[in-house]
Design a binder for this molecule. Sequence first.
Ligand code: PEP
Length: 246
Amino acid sequence: MTNKYMYFIANWKMFGDLKTINSLDKVIKFSKSHKKNKFKLIYCPPNTLIRPISKRLGKTNIEVGAQNSHQNLDYGAFTGQVNSKMLKSVGAKYVILGHSENRMAGEDDNLINLKIKNSIKSGLKIIFCIGETLKQKRDKKTNQVLNSQLKKGLKSIIKINDIIIAYEPVWSIGTGLIPSSEELSKSIKFIKSKFGKKSPKVLYGGSVNSKNIDQLKIIPDIDGFLIGGASQNPKKFIDIIKKTIN
Ligand code: PEP
């Protein structure tokens, strides 16, 4: 059991249609029946579902975010893209940036930094993902990578209050693998040490499920979880939350 205020962020990735939204009802019911001050739930569905989900959530204390945004602040000729202002206008309050699936698709630190700056300007809060690959971990470069991603990604950003950091080792996303308690404690501590007393919240993400949550929730300094696969199933998602807060 933890007495800390914990974040649970659902990253639905490219899954879900209008029918999927019905699955939120269980989570809304669960959230209403629990103390409001114990946790924050944020759903990051595909862009097509931001509006309908934020409508369904209505006046609950569950919030909605997007999974990426285009770096341009204004409208422009960018086929297939959506910027942070547009996301805000349909109900998003957060945006995930720097996710390894987008880094692997070519997003570099400078681009992520620009996206963060402009999304903050649009009034969104940022869920900023960082994490090392398996090779970097094997080469003992985890801290070096985290340091560099933090430095470059957050360059010239003063409003650190607008940022939540998600430590997501690339090798743990969708693989069923998680870091050892010792490794995870070290990385969370390392990330927080870069900010001193004003550290943003630092979450863990990567194959979180209702079986491994007991091991993860006891990591000192952890402020919550970014959950992919397991967040698409309301029962599994609720189980993770229950096991963390009870
Ligand atoms: C993610 O994609 O951010 C993630 C944590 O995925 P999963 O939980 O499925 O590993």
